[in-house]
Design a protein around this ligand. Structure first.
Ligand code: FRU
Length: 483
């Protein structure tokens, strides 16, 4: 029998069993969102890396499919991307069926190379390209190809990392098979550990009409502000050849997420709508092999829509969960305005509780020191989501979130600075709570914080709290989310 205890996430993606890490091969084709992912088919720790596979029509309800790419001949299938080659530039198509092409890192025989595989049956079965690899620079630290079609120059672009040199190297191709070097970006920003999983896309500027900027994301491991793995981004221009950041290369890094568990994000190619949507691996290499779940290990974050906000210091990322999550909502529980004196106010009596919840609250901090929500509360357990008025920070404290002792790097309090003025009037906080995670968004997505938690299944309470003075709740809505 399985140990009672953290139950499986209700609305976050997990594999049926065994270890997963990065999302891979995100592409939309025939109305299906494909999610491939780093997977060990044989065990619940990292190893034998292969591409697991699932599809969804709404980013919420996933259907598991057989493993797409397997480790073979001592070469593992590391991270990469997929494209729909609709005009058959690669020649892998069959009749009128355009090929789906996966571009992935082969890791083995002492090096990392970029390789192709293709499918002409909607990603169900895959054939390795006979002339692999398509890129080999004789390096052990050359990986994570993200390929997309650049309409301006009419060719495929591939972003890769030279991981230990803290460089993103861009390549161009007409047929996905032969690649020419375009440019290098970096070192810049955070250069701790290695650089991994580059991503390059254009995103819309909030409130501006038809204004777009390019975003180059690259992850660092270790070297993130809360320890271990994390993602940074640069905003700038991309002309089809070179990425030029709007800030100086020695400007302080910009982080995607203020928590500890958002890594290796990738955006869907060919997604409908104007805004890119990405999904991250909800984990951190410090403890990814040790989190207390079974028989699965690892989950994806909620998919997030990405935009930019123009500020005096340049553009900043704003992220909000994909709209389609709303289709899981049960009946809304709504609370009206009330003071929050120092202490905790449990909301169970008013029907606000649950394992899987969406909560939207508006707080007026008044003269408090901290104000916010406690979620997944129970005997001796709580996860605190708060605003610290003096520091102007949003924080998540998971030191009492159930099982925390499996790694000394797990328990902790994480904080992220809010934009100036975000809490001058009311502060909007929005949280997605699930069996093993909280994702918190504030100020319209200017701050995002993602943290895993492992409370007991019966820790389902929600409270309001304040310290050091009286704050005020303006309104709160909570929705139970269906599995
Ligand atoms: C990032 C990463 C990638 C690599 C993959 C291996 O988490 O280290 O750089 O391709 O995981 O599983």
């Amino acid at each position: 029998a399985e140990e009672p205890g953290p139950v499986r996430p209700l609305y976050h993606f997990t594999a049926e069993r065994n270890f997963i890490n990065d999302p891979n091969g995100l592409v939309v084709a025939d109305g299906e969102y494909h999610l491939f992912y780093q997977h060990n088919p044989e065990g619940d720790r990292w190893g034998h890396m292969s591409w697991g596979h699932a599809v969804s029509r709404d980013l919420v309800r996933w259907q598991h499919l057989p493993i797409a790419l397997r480790e073979s001949g001592g070469i593992m299938a590391f991270s990469g991307s997929a494209v729909l080659d609709s005009t058959n530039t690669s020649g892998f198509g069959r009749g009128a069926m355009p090929p789906m092409v996966a571009i992935f890192t082969g890791d083995g025989l002492g090096k990392q190379t970029q390789n192709l595989a293709y499918s002409t049956d909607r990603g169900r079965t895959w054939t390795m390209y006979a002339k692999n690899p398509v890129l080999d620079i004789g390096s052990k630290e050359f990986r994570d190809p993200k390929v997309f079609y650049h309409h301006g120059t009419g060719r495929w672009i591939m972003a890769t990392v030279l991981a230990d040199q803290h460089k993103v190297r861009l390549w161009g191709s007409k047929d996905l098979k032969s690649w020419e070097k375009l440019s290098d970006f970096g070192p810049a920003g955070a250069t701790g550990g290695v650089w991994e999983c580059p991503e390059l896309f254009s995103a819309r500027v909030e409130r501006a009409t038809r204004m777009w900027q390019w975003v180059l994301k690259v992850d660092v491991n270790p070297g993130a502000p809360n320890g271990g793995s994390g993602g940074q981004y640069f905003v700038g221009e991309f002309d089809g050849k070179e990425f030029r950041p709007e800030r100086k290369p020695d400007a302080p890094p910009l982080w995607i997420d203020g928590g500890k568990d958002f890594y290796a994000a990738q955006a869907w190619n060919d997604a409908p709508g104007e805004d890119p949507t990405w999904i991250g691996w909800m984990n951190n290499w410090q403890y990814a092999n040790d989190i207390p779940t079974s028989p699965w290990r690892g989950a994806m974050t909620a998919p997030r829509r990405v935009r930019l906000r123009r500020t005096r210091d340049g553009h900043r990322l704003v992220q909000l969960p994909a709209e389609s999550l709303r289709s899981l909502r049960g009946r809304e529980m709504k609370l009206g305005p009330r003071p929050i004196p120092p202490g905790d106010i449990p909301l169970g009596g008013e029907g606000v509780e649950g394992t899987a919840l969406e909560v939207a609250a508006a707080f007026r901090p008044g003269d408090c020191a901290t104000v916010g929500l406690k979620v997944r509360t129970g005997e001796g357990e709580e996860t605190v989501i708060g605003f610290d008025r003096k520091s102007g920070e949003l924080f998540v404290d998971r030191t009492r979130s159930g099982k925390v002792a499996f790694s000394r790097d797990f328990p902790g309090r994480h904080a992220a600075k809010l934009p100036a003025g975000a809490a001058d009037d009311v502060l909007f906080v929005y949280a997605l709570i699930d069996a093993t995670s909280v994702e918190v968004f504030a100020d319209g997505g200017a701050v995002a914080m993602t943290d895993q938690i492992f409370p007991r299944p019966d820790s389902r309470g929600v409270s309001l709290f304040a310290t050091g003075g009286t704050a005020r709740l303006e309104s709160l809505s909570a929705w139970p989310l269906r599995p």
